[in-house]
Design a binder for this molecule. Structure first.
Ligand code: AMP
Length: 134
């Protein structure tokens, strides 16, 4: 689905570009959580991570590692979060898959929801394993 990111990829809208490959573009988030917050985006127009062809998902991971190293180095070895909001219920606002690399010099912790009930962890594990492609 075409989104604002398609227009950035096509050069119709400006961005602060960090890196570009045949398959990806990486640029600074316009509304950063922290300084250096960078988006890593496949050029293919898909909304969700699992819609990417496997080779392009691998390529995305390679580019993400390369850019994450640079972000980390640029911020004096800062720790960072890598975040994917995959779908609107997960907080995705732009319907074009993108990973966030967010430097975290602050040390703040995101609060956790809680614990699994007895037996629930095994059920959840089985449910996800049953959906793995062989
Ligand atoms: P998400 O909630 O995961 O869909 O994140 C979308 C991100 O895109 C937000 O963090 C926005 O600040 C960012 N964003 C939206 N428009 C632009 C833009 N034109 N340039 C850079 N980042 C943008």
């Amino acid at each position: 689905m075409a989104s604002i990111f398609s227009r950035i990829i096509q050069g119709e809208l400006p961005c602060e570009k960090i890196d570009e490959t045949d398959n990806e573009i990486c640029f600074l988030d316009i509304s950063p959580f922290t300084e250096g917050h960078t988006l890593v985006i496949p050029k293919r127009e898909v909304a969700r991570f699992e819609e990417l062809p496997e080779t392009e998902a691998l390529s995305l991971m390679q580019t993400m590692q390369r850019v994450a190293k640079a972000v980390c180095k640029a911020y004096g070895g800062s720790d960072y979060n890598i975040q994917l909001n995959n779908g609107p219920d997960a907080g995705q606002e732009v319907p074009h898959v993108h990973f966030h690399i967010i430097p975290r010099p602050d040390g703040l912790r995101v609060p956790k929801l809680g614990k699994y009930a007895d037996g629930q962890m095994a059920e959840v594990g089985a449910r996800i394993r049953a959906c793995l492609d062989s």
